[in-house]
Design a protein around this ligand. Structure first.
Ligand code: BEZ
Length: 215
């Protein structure tokens, strides 16, 4: 067991580990920040790097849209607070985009290790590109991990968040490539009677176990 394997990788369904960290918006206790809303917690490998700049500026541009979906943003990298502030300022000057969301200065790698963002086969010193979708009850609902040299997809992050919220609200499931407004999957019937009822429904049905409806 080395310093990288001596911690648990968080999993879907786990309570998101709590922490207190220094961020570009001051000290934040995660459980307080998470209270009553979703949090999209994401890491990037390093400040002042090209792919990270495209990603982090896109998060900033979309922060209001995340807010409309009841989701707050929080970034992280293993850089100092001074580096973060200099980069935020650089992106503001070069692109006219201000990263208002907090970015954790995780120089001791405490939070990165807590969330399995340090994956030594990829890098021992930089966090991979992780995205944690954490619900208002602090439960981890979806995790994405991308390597250092492949940027994430903002549309997919929105799609996944929307799908999580729709499935929670309506007790349904979302099929392959589902997009907001499209039909959703109705959970399969649990009794023969329910199966027979379903045959009389107006659901779009491939078979009794694969039925779709509009919301
Ligand atoms: C980038 O953001 O461009 C980057 C960061 C670390 C390694 C490779 C690429």
């Amino acid at each position: 067991m080395d310093e990288f394997t001596n911690y648990n990788m968080p999993r879907i369904g786990d309570t998101a580990p709590d922490f207190e960290a220094n961020t570009t918006q001051g000290m934040i206790k995660f459980s307080e920040y998470n209270k009553g809303s979703w949090v999209i917690l994401f890491s990037h490998p390093a400040d002042f790097t090209p792919v990270c700049t495209t990603e982090m500026s896109a998060f900033a541009v979309n922060e209001e849209k995340f807010g409309e979906m009841d989701a707050k943003l929080m970034g992280l990298s293993i850089d100092s607070i001074h580096s973060h502030i200099a980069w935020v300022n650089n992106v503001r000057k070069n692109m006219g985009i201000l990263m208002k969301f907090p970015i954790i200065a995780d120089i001791d790698m405490k939070v990165a290790k807590l969330y399995g963002m340090l994956q030594p086969g990829e890098s021992e010193t930089a966090a991979v590109r992780a995205v944690f979708f954490i619900d208002p009850k602090r439960k981890i609902r979806l995790i994405m991990y991308y390597p250092l040299n492949v940027g994430r997809n903002m549309d997919e992050i929105f799609r996944a968040l929307e799908a999580l919220q729709v499935t929670d609200k309506h007790g349904v499931a979302c099929p392959l490539n589902w997009r907001a407004g499209e039909k959703v999957i109705v959970p399969p019937p649990k009794t023969v009677e329910a199966m027979e009822e379903r045959e009389k429904s107006d659901y779009e049905m491939i078979d009794f176990y694969l039925a779709k409806k509009s919301l």
